[in-house]
Design a protein around this ligand. Structure first.
Ligand code: C5P
Length: 237
């Protein structure tokens, strides 16, 4: 069964907690990302946990292996259920992250494959910096290669576009966790997301965690919008 994670991308702790309060009782997870954590720190995580929420601490760690191991261990001590690292940090860093979570069976480390903001041109420009001429992989091909590497390095899942669920699960196994942002209700505004999908369709494709941000947080009635997301998923099953 797909779980729903609400992205609390707010510039203030008060706004984030007010929405979380309104959405209580629906079995949701809450995503605390860089914007909210930089401001609200561990206190905002504890306040959400006190409301009964499971936490996705989405800080996308990318540093030397020892530092990432320590950061993931801190996320475990905070009681987060999910956290993220950049797979571009390499094998040693990724294995260190898995080690950091090893004492906390409740924490799953997910790898960010390729940022959805990066185009083929961006990847080619990056390769040129390494002195490599020629064709760069497409973001989707790189995402798949990184997902396979992540599984080999001991990670239990990745963050990907809902359009990549089928290919990645086919290559990595159906129990390899796919967490998918880019979720929009049918007819909803897409904002800066380029490849969106409805909650029901993403759930039917096997998304394990659906990250829903502005489809709920920017709706005139966030509670009603959240219930539409849940209905869409229930109907798709
Ligand atoms: O508002 P929206 O539903 O587009 O929010 C998506 C959330 O998922 C944001 O918090 C964003 O940081 C996150 N995200 C994303 N694309 C990725 C990784 C994370 O949109 N590739």
């Amino acid at each position: 069964m797909s779980k729903i994670v609400i992205a609390l991308d707010y510039p203030s702790t008060e706004e984030a907690l007010a929405l979380a309060e309104k959405l209580r009782g629906r079995g949701l997870w809450m995503k605390v990302g860089m914007e909210l954590f930089t401001l609200g720190g561990p206190e905002v995580v504890r306040a959400l946990q006190n409301m009964g929420y499971e936490i996705f601490l989405d800080l996308k760690f990318h540093d030397i292996p020892n530092t990432v191991r320590g950061a993931v261990a801190s996320a475990a001590r905070l009681g987060a259920g999910l956290t993220t690292i950049h797979l571009s940090g390499g094998e040693e860093m990724c294995r260190a992250a898995v080690l950091g979570a090893s004492a906390a069976p409740g924490l799953t480390v997910l790898g960010v494959t390729v940022l959805t903001s990066l185009s083929s041109e961006d990847l080619a420009a990056d390769l040129a910096l390494y002195g490599v001429d020629g064709a760069a992989p497409s973001p989707a091909a790189l995402a798949l290669n990184r997902a396979v590497a992540a599984r080999n390095w001991g990670l239990r899942g990745i963050v990907c576009s809902p359009h990549e669920i089928e290919t990645i699960k086919a290559a990595c196994g159906s129990d390899f966790i796919c967490l998918t942002p880019g979720i929009r209700l049918a007819g909803g505004a897409t904002q800066d997301q380029k490849r969106v999908m409805t909650p029901g369709r993403a759930a039917a494709l096997g998304s394990d965690f659906l990250v829903v941000g502005r489809a709920v947080t920017a709706a005139p009635d966030p509670e009603a919008a959240c219930d539409l997301v849940l209905e869409d998923i229930a109907q798709a099953k």
